[in-house]
Design a protein around this ligand. Sequence first.
Ligand code: HEC
Length: 159
Amino acid sequence: MKQRRLGVRVGLTGALWVGLVTLTGCSNGADTHPGQPVTHRQVIFKKMLRTLEPMGLVVRGRNDYDPAQFTQLADQLKTLSTQPWPYFTPDSNYPPTRAKSEVWSKPADFRAAQQKFIDAVAALDVAAKQNQLDAVKAPFAAVEASCKSCHQQFRGVPH
Ligand code: HEC
């Protein structure tokens, strides 16, 4: 009898938790830190991914190349490329961040990775304006590589 009641309570708590997760849209609850730096930078990274993905489909031949649309995406990525970095503030290594401690312990390397990425995106943006699919392939690959190499160095599992 006692055990069943416990089961019911756990069940209710579980349902409440699921409700909260749905409300905040985040598995670790709301970001209550001043200025919400982790939330802000994660939102920007997601926008970067949503910009990168459709370009990737075109470069890989899965979608048709529309020069105007591609250029617009490259422009958007260029705008986004400088935005996440100010949100890596000194006191912003808190859950659910995926940032590794190296972001804070190796600031010069982190800045170099940002610059490499910003430069790669700028080059892609210039190439896109040639309106030729062949011209964007290599610069696009360089952008992807710069996302990946920074993630290898500075992005880990949520903590
Ligand atoms: C200079 C380093 C760096 C570059 C370049 C970079 N990222 Fe990241 N990215 C990070 C770090 C660090 C995090 C973890 C942020 C956090 O959770 O606080 C991250 C997180 C993300 C996330 C996860 C957001 C979330 O909600 O957990 C996505 C998606 C992402 N990056 C996509 C990209 C894409 C796409 C590119 C290239 C177009 C890119 N990133 C370039 C460092 C970088």
